[in-house]
Each structure stands twice: as C-alpha cells, then as structure tokens.
Design a protein around this ligand. Sequence first.
Ligand code: UDP
Length: 439
Amino acid sequence: MKWRLALISEHASPLALVGGVDAGGQNIAVAELAYHLAKLGYGVDVFTRWDDANLPETVEWKPGVRVVHVQAGPTTFVPKEELLCYMDEFTENAIRFIDRQTDPYKLIHAHFFMSGLVAANIKRSLGIPFVVTFHALGEVRKQIQGSCDQFPPERFTIEQRVICEADALVALCHQDREDLVNLYEADRAKIFTIANGFNPDEFYPIDKPLARIVLGLDPAEPVILQLGRMVPRKGVDNVVRALGHLRRAYGMVARLLIVGGESDLPDPDLTPEIGRLQELAKEEGVEQWVTFTGRRQRETLRYYYSAADVFVTTPWYEPFGITPLEAMACGTPVVGSAVGGIKQTVLDGETGFLVPANDPQALAAKLAALLYSKKLRLVMSEEAIQHVQDNYTWFEIAHQTANLYELVLSGQLTPAKMQRRTMLPSAIQRDVSAIITPK
Ligand code: UDP
C-alpha cells in the first residue's frame, strides 16, 4: 500500500442507492474515486454519516476501500439541508476513529462544504492536510435557486473558511473554477481542474435492437432519454415542453423515457417532481409519449443509454454532470444545456449539441435534427465514444487526483510554484513527475 487516505463525504455514501433527491453524482464520484485510488495502491477510507442502524461502523466495501460510518445525529436518513448542526459531532467522532488507527492518514479529500468544514477542523486538531471538492457552491445555488435553496446561510462563511484553509481546491470544470475565483476570491494558484468520470466496465454501447428488446421498448419508435435525480433544477420540464414543440412545430413524435426517482416504480407521492411533470405532459398533449420508469440500478443503465437515439440533459445549472459522459460512453449523442460541466464535456456539433438552459424551442430544434438524421447520429455516436474514452475514464481521473495528492504532500506547493501550476489536469501529471521523480 502506498499510504492511507481519508475521503470525507458526509451525506453521499458509496453504499447508497442513487437516483433519488439526495443521492446522485457525488455518491458515484466518491465511490469511483475511492475504488480507482485503491487500485492505484492507496489505502482508502470513506467517512460518511451513519444513517442506517443496520450497517456496522466499518464496511469492507472493495479491496483497499473501507466505508467508515460516523455517528452524527440520528442513525436514519436526514436531508442534507438539515445536517450542518451535526458536523461538530461528526468531527469529534471522526477524530476518535482516526486516533484508534495504527496507520495514520496522510491526507484528507473532503467532498461538499460540510465535509470541508470537518476536514478543516481535523486539520486544526491533527495537522492532516486536506484537499476539497465542493461539488456545488452555495453562491451559485443561491443565484440560480434563490429562496428555494434550503441550506442555512452559514454555508457561505463556511465555504470561505474552507477555501482559505484547504491545501488545494478541486474544480470540476472551468465554470466551477471561475465561480471559485469570482464569487469567493479563491486563490487561482490553489485550484486544480479535475473532472468527474465514467466507468468503462459499466458503460459501453449495447446493440440498440438488443437493448430495446431487453427493456421491452418498441424497436421502431424514436427514443429520447432523460436520466437523473428528479429535482426541479434538472429542468426536465424543458424536455417535456420540447416534446410538445417537436410535435406542433416539426410534426415529429418520439418516446420520452424519464429514469430516476425515489423508488423503482414511478410514484408521484414519493417523487413529487414526477407528478408535476405528468401534469405538464398532459398540458402539452404528449402524455401518451412520456414514460416514467422510476429509479434504475446501475447495471441496467447502459441498456437505457444504448436503447435511446438521443440523451437529453437540460438543467438550470450543473456543477459537472456525470450522465452525459455515461450516455456518450454508450454511443448516444447528447443534447445538453450550455452550463457548467456540460458545456465542457459535450462538444457542440461533434458529440451532440449545446442549447441555452430553459429554452424548449432550441432544444426541440436540435432534437428534430438528430431524430431526422440517422447519419448524424452515427457520426456523433462514434465521436462521443472516442471523446469520453480519451478524456474521462475514472482511471484517468483517479491518476490526475493522485498526482494532485502527491503534489500537496511533496510540500512544494509554495505560492510562487503554485502560480505556475494553475493548469489543466493533463499538465498536472507532467509537472508532478518533474517534481517527484528522483533525479
Ligand atoms: N442514476 C442512477 N439511477 C437512476 C438515476 C440516476 O444510477 O435512476 C445515476 C446516474 O447514472 C449518474 C448519477 O446518478 O451516475 C447522477 O449524476 P450527475 O452528476 O449526472 O447528477 P447529480 O446527481 O450530481 O446532480
């Protein structure tokens, strides 16, 4: 083993079922990062809140990865917006656990602002350096969601403190990096842009007719897929409206599959967003073309992506967005909002199209083009697979992240040197090897 590393992800456990309101990309990112870092030889413990009394304190999750459940508040689900008051308890219990270990942690990688707070307090007590990925920034959320944002206002001061005290900040995309600088005056020299990824063992193209047979879908119908957490900011209403527009303005119909929700069957009581979208589909006159599936397990997702002619993701904003990568890995072109990570991962006109957020008519125009032209879909499909294979496997992302850790631990991140290292991930590797390779 190289050395022991702690990831802290207070609300997003690798063990959770994703697809509901509070479990999604962060759970996947932490899980995949932990798994791939362990494959690179690191001993990885993921600290997360103990939210299920049936689980033991530690779970040997994968070779080299343990999930450590930290007592903080009730041992049941608590929405993330209500967790801040338990973070002192989280910190105390995490420190107790750390003190019991014979092999100390050399570094902490915190995920989300509350874990950043815990890591900053552990650093003050035990001197362990830390890196933070915010996944979503309070100031951005406030701008977009306004009064719908339920997090306590202390979030902003905590984020400022974490930004100052962290040894390095991971931005998920260029937009995230600019937000850290412009909204928080973060030191550019401390920010490293490292994306999220996809797992090629999980996401690869399946023959479309076969995927449709497996899912019981009509072999001839055009299929548009929307897959993700069912929350208003994901802008799924844009897709339903676009479907109405597609019919009225272009005389085209297509099946819209909507995957995600709190349960495996679409239940508007458990997932209010489904109810809202069902109403909207009726207003648009497309209810017979919209199919809600509910949440789906990861091993079936490649069938959904492969069965679709086009994948759509039109959130109001998106700190990164893993689903477009998964879709492209399965060879499905993506139409996405030109926001956050999506505007970086989807190559406009090459692997899909970018449209303004909240613009169903622009979305319908791109859907019409893609549904009309099989040739366009095939060209984009090939480009998409190549693009994500070249740039976004978790293997590559874990390498970049490990290089950042080694850079932090090398003690050579002095401000002057850091200034030269404000760069894109591929450059990190070259720089780090220059520093840490023995002469
Ligand atoms: N997801 C899933 N099952 C579902 C719906 C979503 O496994 O029914 C996964 C999806 O495959 C992706 C993650 O949830 O890996 C969502 O990540 P993304 O970054 O796109 O969105 P976030 O949840 O961070 O807003």
